[in-house]
Design a protein around this ligand. Structure first.
Ligand SMILES: Nc1ncnc2c1ncn2[C@@H]1O[C@H](COP(=O)(O)OP(=O)(O)OP(=O)(O)O)[C@@H](O)[C@H]1O
Ligand SMILES: [Mg+2]
Length: 252
């Protein structure tokens, strides 16, 4: 059974050229549809500008589509949480890690007295039980910051996690660590994840299914192993051919 089904999403942005000289419209989404099942990891891949982030923002309620249907089968009011590419910008620099997590837990309705224990539990799950949570985001490494950003999203008790290129801003040596953490979350809690990436090697580590986007449309969709090993679409083949090898990622 699907957690989320989107149908025929359309979104046009009106854009201004340099100093407002050139006005135009960009059709970011031209009728995108897909579904994601319980416990599933769906990867959205495609070249820059193909509409991945626009789709993610619409699903998370950060942007409205011009038209289309978004059908949820969930029990809570704010079902999707987004994890952004760069945790340096997505985490509030003025909040200690502790305050950041307590604030998110507060938003999820966790009573004040229960927040410390729940925060410790979250940190343990991310292998961050030893960090000093009175410190601020800039005092942590990129991989740690991104795991903290993921924990903040989890603290809000989402029923779907939408990760928009969650490892692209990280040193390649820690990318696998973050992907494995997302994999753990998915397998232990059964939380469905939309994983947006350029890097198909990262996708092959985590995704059950892959949807390939091009110019605001999904051009191919199917089980990850199939799409990655024998793509039907020539655009998907081109994407695969352009993937640089990351020696730190393995499919173990
Ligand atoms: N706020 C905006 N205003 C105007 N145009 C936008 C806006 N956001 C996105 N676009 C345009 O919509 C199209 C899709 O953008 P989007 O960010 O969804 O692509 P993407 O697949 O996430 O790309 P990338 O891989 O570079 O992150 C692009 O042409 C982009 O320039
Ligand atoms: Mg994007």
């Amino acid at each position: 059974m699907s957690v989320l089904k989107v149908e025929n999403l359309r979104k046009t942005y009106s854009s201004e050229g340099f100093l407002g000289t050139r006005k135009g419209k960009v059709e970011a989404l031209k009728g995108v549809g897909f579904e994601i099942g319980r416990g599933e990891v769906l990867a959205l891949v495609g070249e820059s500008g193909s509409g991945k982030t626009t789709a993610a923002k619409i699903i998370c309620g950060l942007e409205n589509p011009d038209s289309g249907l978004i059908k949820w089968r969930v029990s809570r009011p704010h079902p999707a949480q987004m994890v952004f590419q760069n945790p340096l910008y997505s985490l509030n620099p003025k909040l200690s890690i502790k305050s950041c997590l307590y604030e998110a837990l507060g938003c999820a309705g966790v009573p004040r007295g229960k927040r410390p224990a729940r925060a410790s539990e979250l940190l343990r799950g991310a292998g961050l039980e030893k960090i000093n949570t009175s410190k601020y985001p800039h005092q942590f490494s990129g991989g740690q910051k991104q795991r903290i950003a993921i924990l903040r999203a989890l603290a809000l008790e989402p029923e779907l996690l939408v990760c928009d290129e969650p490892v692209s801003a990280l040193d390649i040596s820690v990318q696998a660590q973050v992907i494995n953490f997302l994999k753990d979350i998915n397998s232990s809690a059964g939380l469905p994840i939309i994983f947006i990436a350029h890097d198909l090697e990262a996708v092959s580590m985590i995704a059950d299914r892959v949807a390939v986007m091009k110019e605001g449309l999904i051009v191919e969709e199917g089980p990850a192993a199939e799409v990655i090993t024998s793509p039907r679409n020539s655009y998907t083949r081109k994407l695969l051919d352009s993937v640089p090898v990351n020696p730190w990622l393995s499919k173990s």
